[in-house]
Design a protein. Structure first.
Length: 331
């Protein structure tokens, strides 16, 4: 039997490639070359499957050029790089990598909150510059995390895991805003209370964004929302670039409209708004919230397992458009 051809669009663990090679004829990209949309489409033209990360855009134009494609498996929980409607219309299965990164990403969100509130990076940079000459009563005084109010926007699995950390570990009052309210027993388990977005922004000491990116969530936080926040508040974004208007945030940080921010994701990343690079009161990390070795391995495994399950057995572990299964227009 001939083996299906797949493309692994970015560099991955050698073990992931070896696993895929047991089932497929694999074209890999271990040099992690930057393929633009045209090169990606050209390489996918004769492939049945694609292993993608969150950076490859799978849209109607690419799908039209790749009539043999049956599945794109994202090694990410977010999938705003996929036009899922266009994929469904073409009978192409989309899968993502949920659950395996929930706790690791929540750990990171909490770490970013702590670093931001307690000015850890700002103080370390100052120390490295040789500025620490003597102790002072107000040196890098930040805001408390324990006992404060955390407002979480986006209460999916990761938001809930952050809420539990805050409520159970740090005695925080946790409020959240979400498209739909959680069931009362789930709210109780997370120690969280529902609030309107405006109430959350007005009352939270620390605002954490974990909402998926879509046209509806674009600029969830812009100048108007920043104006509602307490001047002592911090803002953490581990969701996606584009959820925050980075230009408005840079201005708000410069004007001390809010105290500080912690950002793992950026509009147009890997570019970072120059205004954010100029202000000291922001912690900046390069989209690493899920980056522990075991979790990245689990994410890669799940993407690989989706490809293997679908292309060898017609099944999928974490499908985003399950209606496609058994009804593929690209047989
Ligand atoms: C990372 O941002 C992911 O969506 O997994």
């Amino acid at each position: 039997m001939t083996r299906a051809k797949i493309l692994v669009a970015r560099a991955v663990f050698p073990e992931t490639l070896a696993k895929l090679e047991q089932h497929f004829e694999v074209e890999a990209n271990q040099s992690d070359a930057d393929w633009g949309p045209a090169e990606l489409a050209a390489r996918l033209k004769d492939k049945s499957g694609a292993f993608t990360t969150g950076t490859e855009r799978i849209d109607a134009a690419l799908l039209a050029a790749c009539p043999q494609l049956k599945i794109c498996a994202n090694m990410a929980v977010g999938y705003n790089n996929f036009d899922v409607d266009a994929m469904t219309a073409r009978g192409v299965l989309a899968t993502n990598a949920p659950d395996v990164l929930t706790e690791t990403t929540a750990d990171f969100g909490f770490a970013l909150l702590m670093a931001t509130a307690r000015r850890i990076c700002e103080s370390e940079h100052s120390l490295r510059r040789g500025e620490w000459k003597k102790w002072r009563y107000d040196m890098f005084a930040g805001s408390d995390v324990h006992g404060s109010t955390m407002g979480i926007i986006g209460m999916g699995r990761i938001g809930q895991a952050i809420a539990r950390r805050g409520a159970l570990g740090f005695g925080m009052k946790v409020i959240y805003h979400n498209r739909s309210r959680l069931a009362p027993d789930l709210e109780a388990r997370c120690g969280a209370t529902y609030a309107s977005k405006e109430e959350l922004l007005r009352t939270a000491d620390h605002v954490v964004l974990v909402v998926p990116y879509s046209a509806a969530s674009h600029h969830t936080i812009g100048a108007a929302e920043l104006a509602l926040m307490k001047p002592t508040a911090t803002l953490v974004n581990i969701a996606r670039g584009g959820i925050v208007d980075d230009a408005a945030l840079a201005q708000a940080l410069k004007d001390k409209r809010i105290a500080a921010a912690g950002l793992d994701v950026f509009e147009g990343e890997p570019k970072v708004h120059p205004g954010l690079l100029e202000v000291p009161n922001v912690v900046l990390t390069p989209h690493i919230a899920s980056a522990t070795v075991p979790t990245r391995r689990a994410m890669a495994d799940l993407a690989a397992d989706n490809l293997i399950a679908y292309l060898t057995r017609g099944e999928a572990l974490t499908p985003l458009n399950p209606s496609v299964i058994g009804a593929s227009a690209n047989p």
